[in-house]
Design a binder for this molecule. Structure first.
Ligand SMILES: Nc1ncnc2c1ncn2[C@@H]1O[C@H](COP(=O)(O)OP(=O)(O)OP(=O)(O)O)[C@@H](O)[C@H]1O
Length: 567
């Protein structure tokens, strides 16, 4: 993740042009009109930048202004105000409480770099990371910049697998079928003999995060490099989870430094296998979550412990990730071993990992204490739903994720959190990831990107209806407790309510869109149907009534609302 200062050009907006004219660089001389106000944009490592917006601007409009002036694609921007992410693009910034003089925090998400090996005719091999959206020309420039070479490689011909390469080719295209290092040959001659190079190649590290040795020998004696955290010793790990931990351990023992992701808001690490060539798992330490003290992406600290989404707490993301896997039951019923869940959440487990790389450039000085976090199986993929139009997604693939999100009242289901891959028959499969904001304590920030996809307006098929019917929220709560994930009573209430809404909606033949729409707010200030139902129940039930009786009252009110809405 990278960030930079922002100065916004507002030429296509009359009101803003006026404000800009009035602004001479000093806030004291700024004449505030009712329609325009000045904000400050905070970007890690850069002085506060001034910015003028309209009071009526939506979050999307503000992001576009930033895009127009600084070129950061709007969808890669995250804006945070007073500890809350401005995640609804269609809501007005003032509805989030943003006012004249407010400070907005901007974090830029970049696409993940590829680990790339480059070999040159001079018999040298370089390994470094490069953004997948860069092209081959950029890669050559980087090598020239970083490496002292007798003649430079500016004139060279670039070959991949012996074939001459158009230098405008994107790295993502070159690496398409390969998640490990990709050989990329920069050569003076078209008659290049790759074998000669192979024999005389030497390793040279350009990037600080590749080739760094994990130097924690002292600590090794004290802690294992990685181990599962099992709150309940009677719970046994499944073979896939054991295999994932073993493969990650083997990579750490070989001193393959985990690769930090530049996507995502928290500290996210790609863990390597023993060869150092393949990613095997994703590690997300709790102390590096957004707004936690060691967050590497510059998010401000949470002032009251609340997470980026309402109804979540900083430091609980890993437990929620694990809970999502546990609750993603296979279609056949409760998971016995490694069966794939209905939605296909990748196997996830809580681990303690000796991980001293908050800031990899300062690795040697970094603390060498084990970190608790979630470890999730790495899934090879071709990108996320954010990068593709939804039309090609199979209906059932969208529905399986919709069911999961509605059950868990997911507050973070944007397209970037659904990976895409093709199965052995070439069919598109959607893989849900990043469940750190599911099971919240309130519905306030529940959002589902799929709500606006055409598949959400199709009815559930019989298999899905049977699955929904089989869900038992009380058994699910027991299962979570058995596995050491004890959600708060408020989380449990939200979980019961969302499951109830899903079941009642499905029985009535409602589509995912119709049910999901009742769980989500249309905008930040208008309460959702489910929130209205809860408020109505709170008004009518006697104070001190037990949870069971409260849920019964809700059930009656929910039936009435559904009957009125869908006659
Ligand atoms: N199981 C996985 N398999 C493959 N890649 C993954 C997996 N989990 C995460 N990633 C990659 O890591 C990136 C960051 O992960 P993730 O979205 O979970 O982080 P985050 O900080 O929680 O993000 P967000 O900003 O969406 O809240 C993803 O965009 C994806 O590219």
């Amino acid at each position: 993740m990278a960030s930079t200062g922002i100065a916004v050009s507002l030429s296509n907006n009359d009101a803003l042009d006026l404000a800009v004219a009035q602004l001479d660089g000093d806030q004291s001389s700024y004449h505030h009109t009712p329609e325009v106000f000045l904000l400050y944009l905070a970007v890690p490592g850069v002085p506060l930048a001034k910015m003028q917006v309209l009071e009526s601007d939506s979050v999307a409009a503000v992001k576009l202004r930033i895009q127009n002036s600084k070129g950061f694609v709007a969808r890669n921007q995250r804006l945070v105000f007073e500890g809350r992410e401005l995640s609804r693009n269609d809501s007005r910034i003032r509805d989030y409480g943003v006012r004249y003089g407010s400070v907005l925090h901007l974090v830029i998400r970049l696409s993940d770099p590829r680990r790339t090996a480059v070999r040159t005719v001079y018999g040298r091999k370089f390994k470094f990371q490069v953004d997948q959206r860069r092209n081959a020309r950029y890669m050559k420039q980087e090598i020239s910049r970083n490496v002292e070479s007798p003649n430079g490689i500016g004139e060279s011909v670039t070959l991949v697998n012996g074939e001459k390469l158009d230098e405008s080719t994107l790295i993502s295209t070159i690496c398409e079928t390969n998640t490990s290092d990709t050989d990329f040959l920069a050569n003076k001659s078209e008659n290049f003999n790759g074998n000669e190079i192979e024999e005389s190649s030497e390793q040279l590290s350009i990037s600080s995060d590749i080739g760094n040795n994990l130097q924690f020998d002292d600590a090794k004696e004290k802690y294992p490099l990685i181990e599962p955290v099992l709150v309940n010793p009677s719970v046994t790990l499944t073979p896939k989870i054991t295999g994932m931990i073993e493969a990650t351990l083997a990579g750490l023992e070989m001193e393959h430094t985990p690769v930090m992701s530049s996507e995502g808001t928290g500290g996210v690490y790609f863990m390597l296998d023993s060869s150092g060539q393949e990613y095997v798992a994703i590690f997300k330490p709790i102390n590096e979550e957004p707004m936690a003290k060691d967050n590497p992406n510059g998010y401000p600290l949470s002032s009251d412990g609340e997470g980026l989404k309402r109804g979540t707490r900083v430091g609980e993301g890993a437990f929620r990730e694990v809970a999502a896997y546990i609750l993603d039951h296979p279609i056949s019923g409760y998971r016995v071993s490694d069966e794939l869940g209905f939605a296909g959440v990748p196997p996830t487990v809580l681990v303690r990992c000796l991980n001293g790389y908050v800031d990899q450039t300062k690795y040697d000085c970094a603390e060498k204490e084990p970190k608790i976090g979630s470890l999730q199986m790495f899934v090879k993929n071709s990108g996320s739903c954010e990068e593709f139009g939804p039309r090609a997604f199979p209906v059932q693939e969208v529905h399986k994720i919709a069911v999961l999100d509605m059950r868990l009242a997911n507050a973070d289901r944007h397209g970037g959190n659904i990976l895409i891959r093709k199965d052995e028959n070439g069919q598109i499969e959607l893989i849900p990831i990043d469940h750190g904001y599911c099971l919240p304590e309130s519905f306030e920030d529940c959002t589902f990107d799929w709500l606006y996809w055409p598949q959400a307006r199709q009815p559930f098929n019989v298999e899905t209806l049977d699955y929904i019917k089989s869900l038992d929220e009380e058994e699910d709560i027991k299962l979570l407790k058995l596995n050491g994930c004890e959600p708060s009573s408020k989380c449990v209430r939200v979980f019961r309510l969302s499951t109830m809404m899903l079941k009642k909606g499905a029985v009535r033949g409602l589509t995912p869109y119709e049910i999901g729409n009742m769980l989500c707010r249309e905008n930040i200030t208008t309460k959702s149907k489910i929130e209205e139902i809860v408020e109505e129940a709170e008004d009518v039930v006697l104070p001190g009534i037990g949870e069971k009786a409260f849920m019964e009252a809700i059930s009656g009110i929910m039936d009435r609302h559904l009957n009125e809405l869908f006659k």
